[in-house]
Design a protein. Structure first.
Ligand code: COA
Length: 165
């Protein structure tokens, strides 16, 4: 049983993330999408809100190639992955700028436990430039981000922006 973990902040989840989830589901028998609190990033949505948005989008996902579950975690990623008996951690790579951070994170995680591999999936060209920060910023300024997020996330984002005004 190969268990993979796809961790992230998902503030909010984008179609780029969902594409990585769909592709990662071809590689393992059970994929756990793990939502981090990540206070370092001061997320716009609470961890529960992010969990709910990811769960809803995965429920609506057409192409699932294995069991996919969604849960929160609040500890060192590698400890959590070990607890879940994961064989790999999946990360999406977009531009060169992601490389430095991902390189360091993979190195640290491998130092902590070299039995758990990190697997990178290149974001497809359609999603190369998508980021949760840009989606929040452009939406707050009235730009239409429908191409990059699902209707579920779009309405939650609009609600949140209204509340914050
Ligand atoms: N499509 C669209 N956007 C993508 C993407 C894709 N395929 N892949 C990454 N992104 C974007 C995200 O939108 C996000 O954008 P933002 O910075 O504007 O918010 C950014 O890339 C990275 O976010 P994400 O993939 O959600 O990961 P993260 O870097 O926020 O999460 C954790 C990092 C949670 C995995 C990491 O902090 C962690 O492991 N925390 C637990 C504590 C720990 O173990 N720390 C030690 C690590 S060595």
């Amino acid at each position: 049983m190969r268990i993979g973990i796809y961790p992230g902040t998902f503030d909010p989840v984008t179609k780029g993330h969902l594409h990585i989830i769909e592709r990662a589901s071809k590689l393992v028998d059970h994929l756990i999408v793990s939502v981090a609190p990540n206070t370092r990033k001061a997320p716009m949505f609470s961890q529960d809100e992010r969990l709910e948005m990811v769960s809803r989008d995965i429920d609506n996902m057409r192409d699932k190639h294995c069991e996919i579950s969604v849960e929160g975690f609040d500890e060192l990623l590698i400890h959590y992955a070990r607890k879940k008996k994961a064989t790999c951690i999946v990360r999406g790579l977009r531009a060169v700028s992601d490389f430095e951070y991902e390189f360091q994170m993979t190195g640290m995680n491998a130092k902590l436990d070299d039995n758990i591999e990190t697997v990178f999936l290149m974001a497809s060209d359609k999603w190369q430039f998508v980021s949760s920060s840009f989606i929040k910023e452009i939406s707050a300024l009235g730009g239409d981000m429908s191409d990059f997020i699902t209707p579920n996330v779009k309405s939650r984002l609009e609600e949140k922006i209204k509340q914050n005004m």
